[in-house]
Design a protein around this ligand. Sequence first.
Ligand code: NAD
Length: 273
Amino acid sequence: EQSLPGSFREMDPAPDHGEDSWVGAGRLEGKVALITGGDSGIGRAVAIAYAREGADVAISYLDETEDARSTAELIEAAGRTCLMLPGDISEPAHCRKMVDEVIGRFGKLDILVNNAAHQMLFDQIEEIPDEEWQKTFAINIHAMFYLSKAAMKHMEKGGSIINTASVNSDMPSPSLLAYAATKGAIQNFTAGLAQMVAERGIRVNCVAPGPVWTPLIPGSFAPEKVSEFGANYPMQRPAQPVELASSYVMLAEDMSSYVSGATIAVTGGKPII
Ligand code: NAD
C-alpha cells in the first residue's frame, strides 16, 4: 500500500488502466532488465510489464519499502526472477556494483532503464542549495552515465537502453530549474549515445512522460492543487503508470530494431515542442 494523501488516492484518473491491466505476450522472453526506481510509479509499472512479457527483472531503489517488496512479489508472480538492489544511485560505486550483481545473478544484461529521478520545487535560483543542485544531477544524470557505461561492457547486439526524460526536457518549468536541466541533458545524452553505439547493435532511446499519477506527485504539489494535476493537458487527466509501460516494452523489444536516438512523448495529446 503506497502512502499517498487521501485526495490523491481517492481520485483515480483512469480506472481502466490499473496496475493489474498489463497482459503479457512474450515480447521480452528470455531477456534480463535492470530498472532504476523500479519500486514505484513508472518504474514499478515497467518492471511488472517486463516480467509479464517474459523478462527477469532487477529493480534498483533507494530504501527497503513495502513498495519494493510488493513489486518483487508481482515479478515473481509472473513466473520471473526479481533481483532487489537497494541503495543510493548517486554513488558511482553503487551503480557499478549493481551491474556486477545483475551479471553475477543472470549472466547477462539486455535492457537498462534509467528511470529514477529526484526533483524539488524552488521559486528563485538563490533558494536552491548547492547540495540540492548537485544531488539532482548526481541522481538524474551522473547515475545514468555510470550505469550505461558499466552496462555497455556486457550488452550485446539487441541491447536496449531506455532513459526517462520528461515534458520538462523541451518545456522547462521554471520552478523545476535543476530537474528540467537534467531532463534536457537526458535527451541529449540519449541522442549522442545512440549514435555512438549504433554499430554495436545497441539502441538508446528515451520516453518523455507528461503528468503521471505516481507517489512523486503529492510531494511536488500543494494538497489542494493535486486534483488539478494534468488538467491542462488535452486528455485533462494524468496518465496511470501502466499507460507509460507500453512505450518501454516497445523500445525494449527486438521488433523495434530500427528505433534509436528517439524520444517517445507520452503526454496525452500535448505537443512537446
Ligand atoms: P516515483 O517517485 O514514484 O519513483 C522514483 C523512484 O526512484 C523512488 O521510488 C526511488 O526508489 C528511486 N530513487 C530516487 N532517488 C534515488 C536514489 N538516490 N537512489 C536510488 N533510487 C532512487 O517517481 P515516478 O513519478 O515514477 O518517476 C519516474 C521517472 O519518471 C522519473 O525520471 C521522473 O522524472 C519521470 N517523470 C515523472 C513524471 C510524473 O508526472 N510522475 C512526469 C515526467 C517524468
